[in-house]
Design a protein around this ligand. Sequence first.
Ligand code: NAI
Ligand code: HPV
Length: 528
Amino acid sequence: MAPRVLISDALSPAAVQIFKDRGIEVDFQPALGKDKDKLAEIIGDYDGLAIRSATKVTPKILAQAKRLKVVGRAGIGVDNVDIPAATAKGVIVMNTPFGNSITTAEHAIAMMFALAREIPAADASTQAGKWEKNRFMGVELTAKTLGIIGCGNIGSIVADRALGLKMKVIAFDPFLSPERALDLGVEKVELDDLLARADVITLHTPLTDKTRNVLSAEALAKTKKGVRIINCARGGLVDEVALAAALDSGQVGGAAFDVFVTEPANENPLFGHPNVICTPHLGASTTEAQENVALQVAEQMSDYLLRGAISNAVNFPSITAEEAPKLKPFIELAEKLGSFAGQLTDTDIKTVRITYDGAVAGLKIKALTSAAVAGLLRPALQDVNVVSAPSIAKERGIVIEETTRDVAGDYESLVTLTVVTEQMERSLSGTVFADGRPRIVDIKGIKVDAEFAPSMIYVTNEDRPGFVGRFAGLLGEAGINIATFALGRDRQGGDAIALVEIDGAAPEELLAKVQALPHVKQAKPLAF
Ligand SMILES: NC(=O)C1=CN([C@@H]2O[C@H](COP(=O)(O)OP(=O)(O)OC[C@H]3O[C@@H](n4cnc5c(N)ncnc54)[C@H](O)[C@@H]3O)[C@@H](O)[C@H]2O)C=CC1
Ligand SMILES: O=C(O)C(=O)COP(=O)(O)O
């Protein structure tokens, strides 16, 4: 069945075409994002959801999204998506981190000029027939200091443009390296220094708990008198009530805002102030940017839904379309090793150790580890997948350790999973043969060679003569056909294991009889 995608915001129709060309069914409902009840009602029918900022992907929506595999944000900010909730549901969230950055930076620059020359007010006055030439006295931007809070993709483009305007650019960004600052031609400063020196402040950070109200009443009080403030990033970075008061007192000379604490902003503490300019979240709204982000998000979502390739996901490592087929058999192996251990482990898991030896060490091991943990947790929690597994494990206090070793052993690639609980430590190793089929090659240090099958019986016993005959006899008596039979032992007369693939499920009574055979320690059914 072809995957189905819902577009619930006003994306460029270019996205619709891409989905169709790739063989994906697509429903384009550009106003749906504003109707959360309707969205909750229909989201269960879709594998993908493509959005901009109007659609809020809340836990309530996600709870209804039974088939959903991916949310694609045609743009940058993903603060309208509950990422932990999406991750816990195993839904990939991807954005398009560069497609609209130039356009948004240009909007910030446009806002700066609009503030410096009071263009909106001068326009309204002139068109009202007033010709108030003496009312509008602007400021020149050349040689003024621009303070950038958040010097990432957009902030850097703003810096570049402002340097072109012959401004002095200072930036506060704890993650900006001194080398990058030098490269950009900006002076890296602390926040208080920026507040004290900037003639114009522009914000370009995401909205997080750390950045919320970065321009608070206290911060605004530290600014240069008459400072102009631009926010084309996110509502909530500036305390709007405190800013309105600072505008009233003249501490702040003007503010240009594209984004607001509550959107759509039908009312706002800043509205109506003579020195305030507002636009309705237009930062990314150019034909070019919208084309870029729509094409990119549709390609990324299609690649994921059709080929398992992941790019620009905010909650999973990237996997290219070339890597995806190479990873696939190892993902299956990791998941099955995890599942093997999970089916045998009844108590609380403390630590999961995964070692990647040989060629597999060069693959995206994060994805493999996630798959192993998903397999491990699934017997206890049905609703877990490779996206949600690491966060669920973390929630449960399970420590995950990964090791890669570039060693060539008996196998070209070997994956070893060790599960540690309060009572025991159990290790399993597997590999993928040239046929692409995963095999288990070592259980608790005992060499075996078996495929993972839908119905298996796993027996641990003391290595004594007669066991195999008695075991096979019991299976025969129960009318159960043996498909494959793998045996291993650590030494003659030591610990032995049998891993038997059977046709059909193993009845409880049979397992009890096997368990009761002399020298058998445990007999467990396994299903893969
Ligand atoms: N108005 C609009 O339509 C648009 C708004 N945006 C907003 O712009 C924001 C920035 O976008 P990009 O530059 O692409 O993101 P980015 O991730 O490239 O840059 C963000 C920068 O903020 C810095 N940062 C993080 N925490 C900080 C803190 N506590 N203090 C100072 N700096 C901090 C980071 O180190 C990073 O360099 C987005 O998160 C989005 O919310 C983006 C596109 C359009
Ligand atoms: O990309 C972003 O972060 C934006 O804020 C753009 O928002 P929009 O897609 O125009 O609703």
